[in-house]
Design a protein around this ligand. Structure first.
Ligand code: RIB
Length: 304
C-alpha cells in the first residue's frame, strides 16, 4: 500500500552561492555560481517522500509573492497534496541564502517570513488528513508550539511521529515526549541535550529519551546514523559517494525515514533506506532538486 505522509513545516527559496571556501566574518570571496531553487526543511522532506513513492500532504504557509510560485511549481510537479496550504498575503515567502564550498560543506541563514505565521487553526483544519496518515513529520522552521500541536494531533490519532529538531534549539521535555522518533544531527543533539558537541553521542541521546517507546536517531554524515532506544543502540552505516553538496542531506534522510517507517520496514531497514536517500542527495547540487527517486534508492540498496 502507498505510504501516507503528512509534512508540517517550512518552505524557503534557497539562494545558493557556490565558492571555493566559505568567507570568514569581514572577508569577501569570489563565487563560482549562483542558483535560486526550492528549499525549506519541510518542503524538502515532502519532496523527498513524494519522489520515493509516498502520498504526501504538505501543511505550511508561503506568501503571495514571486517566490511563492517556485513552491507551487515543485509541489505540483511532485503531486504533493496542497489542500491545507495557506498563502499569506501579509508575509513574505521564506528565503535562505546559502553558501556551499568545494568540500560540499555549507552555511545557511534562514529568514522564515510566512513560515512563522502557521497557526494551530491551520493544523486543526487538517486534522482529518493527519488522522489518516501513517507518519507525520515536522521540524523547527515553524514555531515550537505549532510543531508540538502537529505532533499532538498525530499522536491523538495513533499516527507515528517524527520530530526533526532542525535548526536546533532547546525544547521542553513535554514536546520531546510527543515524538516517536527524534532525528537530530550531532550539533542538534548537543543543543537539545544542553551538552558540548564533543560529548558522547550515545549518552546524549539516552539523556533525551522520555519513554521506552521512543527512538533517538542521530545522523552522523558520512558515518551513517546511530539509533538509541531504552536498552538498545546500533550504528547503521551509510554508503560511500562522491560529495557535491551536503545541503538537504538531513531532509533527504527524514523523508526516506518517514516513507520506510510508513511502509512497515524494520528500524534497521528504514535507516538503511534513509541513509541511501541522503547519500544520493549529496551527490547533486541543491536541496529539493537533489532528492533521489525510488528506483535510484532501491538500486543503491541492492548494490551494497
Ligand atoms: O536543510 C536544508 C534547508 O535548510 C535549505 O533548503 C534551507 O531552506 C534551510 O531551510
Amino acid at each position: 500500500m502507498t505510504a501516507k505522509i503528512v509534512v508540517v513545516g517550512s518552505f524557503n527559496v534557497d539562494l545558493t552561492s557556490y565558492m571555493e571556501r566559505i568567507p570568514v566574518p569581514g572577508e569577501t570571496v569570489m563565487g563560482d555560481r549562483f542558483v535560486t531553487g526550492p528549499g525549506g526543511k519541510g518542503s524538502n522532506q515532502a519532496v523527498a517522500a513524494a519522489r520515493l513513492g509516498a502520498d504526501v500532504t504538505f501543511i505550511g504557509r508561503i506568501g503571495q509573492d514571486v517566490f511563492a510560485s517556485i513552491a507551487l511549481t515543485i509541489w505540483q510537479n511532485e503531486n504533493i497534496n496542497l489542500d491545507y496550504l495557506v498563502q499569506d498575503p501579509d508575509h513574505a515567502t521564506g528565503v535562505a541564502p546559502i553558501f556551499v564550498e568545494n568540500s560540499g560543506e555549507n552555511s545557511i541563514v534562514v529568514v522564515l517570513g510566512a513560515n512563522l505565521t502557521l497557526t494551530t487553526a491551520d493544523l486543526d483544519a487538517a486534522a482529518e488528513r493527519i488522522a489518516q496518515a501513517d507518519v507525520l513529520v515536522t521540524q523547527l522552521e515553524i514555531k515550537d508550539e505549532i510543531a508540538a500541536h502537529a505532533l499532538k494531533l498525530a499522536r491523538d490519532h495513533g499516527v507515528t511521529t517524527i520530530l526533526n529538531p532542525a535548526p536546533a534549539r532547546p525544547l521542553p521535555p513535554a514536546m520531546l515526549t510527543l515524538a516517536d522518533y527524534l532525528t537530530p544531527n550531532e550539533t542538534e543533539l548537543a543543543t537539545l541535550a544542553g551538552r558540548a558537541v564533543t560529548d558522547d553521542v550515545i549518552e546524549m541521546a539516552r539523556a533525551l529519551l522520555t519513554s521506552d517507546q521512543q527512538t533517538v536517531i542521530t545522523t552522523l554524515g558520512s558515518v551513517g546514523a546511530r539509533y538509541v532506544q531504552a536498552g538498545k543502540t546500533a550504528l547503521v552505516p551509510t554508503y560511500p559517494v562522491d560529495v557535491v553538496d551536503t545541503t538537504g542531506a538531513g531532509d533527504a534522510f527524514n523523508g526516506g525515514l518517514a516513507v520506510a517507517l510508513a511502509e512497515g520496514k524494520s528500524l534497521d531497514e528504514a535507516l538503511a533506506f534513509a541513509n541511501a536517500t541522503a547519500a544520493l542527495c549529496v551527490t547533486k547540487p541543491g536541496t529539493a532538486p537533489s532528492m533521489p527517486d525510488r528506483r535510484t534508492v532501491d538500486e543503491l540498496l541492492q548494490t551494497q
